[in-house]
Structures are given as structure tokens and as C-alpha cells.
Ligand binder design. Structure first.
Ligand code: SF4
Length: 416
């Protein structure tokens, strides 16, 4: 298996994603040319809805890293950041984007035209330390850009209190004031209501799509999970709602007809931690023994419904919760989430991706392993890899461990 293999997609709508991705970057470059202010920001917070409500252009440097991985640009980006002294142990998203902004940015021939340069940079806090540092480092590279710092707290989701929400609400209001002053545009609060409504609709569709994965055989697998691109980049727009509606309809149709991803779905698998963006084809590897990755940790970040009657507060709550749901969740909550997912999706075995350059999501995997075995009798296997850096992935080691693991699962189910 090549390290850079792409996943085989079976949903017609997932195949349309390539155009959705291209359209987003084309729109970014056109916005820049037309003088529409461009803001670079972390994903998974309430800034995106504010930007779309004010007809501004949001750009997500963290999300650009998986795109670089898909296009095979990471080797060059890592070479630049490592030459600058950034350690290979640091988050791959951080190393890639630092390498990109000091290297390929603005170069000819970069896929999708690269990223349009920022007029504003937003660091929101609340996520993991690398997530905050990424925006700090970017702001140094673009001294002409206006910088906004919020300091949202890192609070485990179950410990969020009224005063956290009030504080986050005041930070969201401060963002709006900053944007009005920087861009000279006034916030249209009716537009914001509409944007939050569309954002909530996208979340509802996302939940619905994920729920269809409970069907046996599953009508959508992790090989198609690139559809989350619209949740990262288009939340709060009709584009996201339209695309996810099409995905939902296709997935629902397959569920009703009992159409799975492969001929015979023998093993339903769970993937813990971030995918290997440079090798999404790994999700198809399990198929040779009838394995399908039915659910994964990462998709939980988009399952946050917004209370549309209080749009500003809804964005504050989203900003407090969505990133932490993946990267800063308490150990207890993480265990509960994985166990619930494995129960809901009727999982036979879990793949625990021990991610070399993402400590926040990798911490506590041994506890999860024990809890899955104790509470559900679900076995798991640990594979060593990295979400961005192919140098930390060994195909031979992966195949040896996974083959033995799946043979054991088939034996356990009496299917060998
Ligand atoms: S959660 Fe992990 S992958 Fe995401 S920014 Fe933090 S360290 Fe990087």
C-alpha cells in the first residue's frame, strides 16, 4: 500500500466534494481580488457565522494542512518549518502551516492557488496550545494584518457554567465590534439570525447523516468523511445545507435499500483520533477482510445544535464546546463518548490511532482500551502513526497489526 493512497469513495455526493473544495478556494481568491476582507481563523468556533453574516471571507489555515497532505505538499512544508527549528514532535498542522506561510505561499503552481493572504488574524483561545500558537505564528508572518485575540477558556464540556457562557458571549460581541471597526461594515443582525439558523440546520443534517451509520450494513463509512470540509468551511451558508441535504438523501436511500459500502460487511470498526490525511486510503484497507470503519472520534465536533433564538449566545456556546469536544475533552467524557459510539454503532473492534504529533487526542487511549474491553467486550488495537507526517507511519507495521487484529475479530464472531 502506498503511503499517499486516496480513499475509494462510493457515495456520488462524496465524489462531488472535490468541486466543493475548489469552489471555496476560488471564492477566497476572488474575494481578495475584490477587496473583501479576508480573516484567517481557527476552525470550530462561532467566527465563521459572523463572517458569513457580514459578507467577509473566512479562511482556515489549520484545515489547509489536510489539503496540503492530500496534494502531497507536506514534505516541502515540513522541510521549511524544521529548518526554522520546529521540532518533529510538534503538531503536524502547526509545522505544516508554518512551513507553508514561510515557503510555498504565493508560489506559482500551488494547488487551488494556495491561501489568499489575510487582512485579519483571529486567535480565539479555548482549543489546545498548538491551535492557539498556529494563529500567533501566522500573525508574525503577516505584520500588516490586524490581529484579534480572544481568551476563551479551556473548560471540559461538562463543567461549562453560566459565567463561562456570559464571558464567551462578551468575547463574541467584542469580535463583532472589532470587525465593524476594522472593515467599516455594520453587522446586520437579521442576517446573523439567518446565518445561525443555517448553521444549526447543517448540524442537524450532520447528526442525521451520522445516525444512518447505525444501520447494518452502514450506508456511509469513514472513507467518505472528507464531507466534513463543508462543516469546517461553510457552516452558516445555504451551500452547506444544500450539500449535506444531498448527502443525507443519498445515505438515507442506501440505508432504506440495505446497500452497504462493500459486498459483505463482516466487521464494524471504530477509528479513534484524527485520520491520516496523507493516506485516506487506509480506510479501505480493512475491506479485504470485510471490515468497514463505521464511526470515528473526529465527527463529534460537528454535533452541536445551536439555539437559534439566542444567536450570539449560541455562537459563544459553540466556541466553548466544539473544539474541546475533540481536543480538550476530559478523560471521563472521552471514554463515555467512545463507549457510547461503539455501543450505538454496534462496533466489533476499535482502531486506536496513537498520533505522534497530537498529544491532546492521544492522551488516555490505554484507559479507553481497558474501558472498551471491560464495559462492552470490544477489543481494540493501537497503531502508531501521525495525522500529518507520513514519516511517522509504517505500512508494514500497520498491516501486520491490523491483519492479526481482524483475524482475531473474525474468529471471535465465528466468521473464519
Ligand atoms: S488537537 Fe491535536 S491536531 Fe488539533 S491542533 Fe491540537 S495538537 Fe494539533
Amino acid at each position: 500500500m502506498e503511503k499517499t493512497q486516496k480513499s475509494t469513495k462510493r457515495l456520488a455526493t462524496a465524489k462531488e466534494l472535490r468541486q466543493v473544495v475548489a469552489d471555496f478556494y476560488i471564492e477566497g481568491h476572488e474575494a481578495k481580488q475584490r477587496g473583501i476582507p479576508v480573516g484567517w481563523m481557527p476552525p470550530m468556533n462561532g467566527l465563521i457565522e459572523i463572517f458569513y453574516a457580514m459578507d467577509l471571507m473566512p479562511v482556515f489555515p489549520e484545515n489547509w494542512s489536510p489539503v496540503c497532505a492530500a496534494f502531497g505538499l507536506t514534505d516541502r512544508d515540513f522541510a521549511v518549518s524544521e529548518a526554522m527549528g520546529y521540532s518533529q514532535d510538534l503538531c503536524g498542522y502547526l509545522r505544516n502551516i508554518v512551513g507553508y506561510v514561510y515557503g510555498l505561499l504565493g508560489a506559482d503552481g500551488v494547488p487551488l492557488g494556495g491561501l489568499p493572504e489575510p487582512d485579519m488574524v483571529f486567535s480565539m483561545g479555548g482549543g489546545c496550545v498548538p491551535a492557539m500558537k498556529i494563529l500567533q505564528l501566522i500573525s508574525r508572518r503577516f505584520p500588516q494584518a490586524r490581529v484579534f485575540h480572544a481568551d476563551l477558556p479551556q473548560v471540559p464540556v461538562e463543567k461549562i457554567r453560566r459565567y463561562h457562557i456570559d464571558y464567551a458571549t462578551s468575547e463574541i460581541n467584542r469580535v463583532i465590534a472589532f470587525l465593524e471597526e476594522t472593515t467599516g461594515r455594520k453587522m446586520d443582525y437579521d442576517r446573523l439570525d439567518e446565518t445561525v439558523r443555517l448553521s444549526d440546520q447543517a448540524c442537524a443534517l450532520w447528526d442525521e447523516i451520522m445516525t444512518f451509520r447505525r444501520h447494518v450494513p452502514t450506508p456511509i463509512s469513514a472513507a467518505e468523511i472528507g464531507i466534513m470540509f463543508v462543516m469546517v468551511t461553510r457552516q452558516g451558508t445555504q451551500t452547506a445545507v444544500d450539500f449535506l441535504t444531498k448527502v443525507r438523501d443519498e445515505v438515507r436511500g442506501r440505508a432504506e435499500q440495505g446497500t452497504g459500502m462493500i459486498g459483505e460487511e463482516k466487521l464494524r470498526l471504530f477509528w479513534d483520533n484524527i485520520p491520516l490525511w496523507y493516506n485516506m486510503g487506509i480506510f479501505n484497507y480493512f475491506e479485504k477482510m470485510g471490515g468497514v470503519v463505521v464511526a470515528e472520534t473526529y465527527s463529534a465536533a460537528w454535533s452541536i445544535r445551536l439555539s437559534v433564538e439566542k444567536p450570539i449566545e449560541a455562537l459563544a456556546v459553540k466556541s466553548l464546546m466544539s473544539y474541546p469536544l475533540v481536543s480538550c475533552v476530559s478523560m471521563q467524557r472521552r471514554k463515555e463518548m467512545v463507549i457510547k459510539a461503539c455501543r450505538d454503532y454496534k462496533i466489533d473492534g476499535a482502531i486506536l490511532h496513537s498520533n505522534k504529533s497530537c498529544a491532546p487526542i492521544t492522551l488516555g487511549q490505554m484507559d479507553i482500551k481497558r474501558a472498551l474491553e471491560r464495559e462492552l467486550g470490544v477489543p481494540s488495537v493501537v497503531i502508531d502513526a501521525d495525522h500529518m507526517d507520513a514519516r511517522n507511519f509504517s505500512t508494514a507495521q500497520f498491516e501486520t497489526r491490523v491483519d492479526a487484529f481482524m483475524e482475531m475479530l473474525l474468529e471471535k464472531k465465528g466468521m473464519r
